[in-house]
Ligand binder design. Structure first.
Ligand code: ADE
Length: 248
């Protein structure tokens, strides 16, 4: 997979050199290119913003540098520009569709994704219109709160998407059992020692009885989800509950 990120703070994305995503890049499973938007300016001051038409607080990102950066990325896209599939451009924004695990799985199938990180009061809206000629443009939010810019949202999304690329997470089994993979939160985990500071590991986990352990973990998932995220329980397909779940 190829990912391109455009930002006025490319240093923010340095964390994507670390850990599993950094390793995936070094192993060639993920090609990640970070572009400094100021490299696509044409004036001495490398200006990327200007005052908003209609007045109001703050500054708006100018269209010209964005057009130059996005045109270059579209030209270099591994997807044939004339082909039926356009590369995807994600525009992080609190006004976008909410990113979740299902979206991460869907995006992990893409060959080429780009991210356009806005700052200030946002990017001139015409950039999104322009970008539609070259990309499938998707404004995406990572939650109902406001960040100072798109970079932190990109860190979260690239990590969530990148770890789903085959080979990035060493043991693919761990993707199956984690939170949100089956619509439920994950069960609690414990390691040695069996008793620590007066706190004990649940007895059943020491029993070696795999049937009982599976049942215990499933019950913990259901309890946790009902307590912490009742909205997720409501969304579950009733067919996913088994006979024993109903007794929980
Ligand atoms: N930019 C500012 N806030 C954001 C959010 N919640 N999600 C994505 N991008 C953002």
């Amino acid at each position: 997979m190829r990912i391109d990120v455009v930002s006025i703070f490319p240093e923010y994305l340095a964390a994507l050199d670390l850990s599993l995503i950094g390793k995936a890049r070094r192993e060639g499973l993920l090609e990640l290119n970070v572009h400094d938007l100021r490299d696509y300016t044409f004036d001495k001051h490398r200006t990327v913003d200007d005052t908003p038409y209609g007045g109001g607080a703050g500054m708006v990102m100018k269209p010209e540098p964005w057009a130059a950066a996005l045109r270059r990325i579209a030209t270099e896209s591994p997807l044939d520009a004339a082909g039926p599939v356009k590369p995807t451009l994600i525009v992080p924004s609190p006004a976008g569709a909410v990113f979740d695990q299902a979206m991460a799985y869907e995006l992990a199938e893409h060959e080429h994704i780009s991210f356009a990180c806005g700052r200030y009061e946002g990017i001139d809206e015409r950039v999104l219109e322009f970008a539609q000629e070259h990309f499938d443009v998707r404004p995406v939010s990572i939650g109902d709160y406001v960040l100072n810019g798109g970079e932190v949202a990109v860190l979260a999304m690239v990590e969530a998407i990148g770890r789903l690329i085959p080979g990035v997470v060493g043991n693919p089994e761990s993707l199956v059992e984690e939170s949100h993979s089956d619509g439920l939160l994950e069960y609690p985990v414990y390691t040695k020692p069996a008793e620590w500071e007066g706190h004990e590991v649940p007895e059943v986990l020491l029993s070696g009885n795999h049937g009982k352990i599976t049942r215990f973990r499933r019950n913990e998932q259901l309890k946790r989800t009902a307590e912490r995220r009742p909205d997720l329980i409501v969304k579950l397909d009733p067919a996913t509950f088994n006979r024993h779940d109903r007794d929980t």
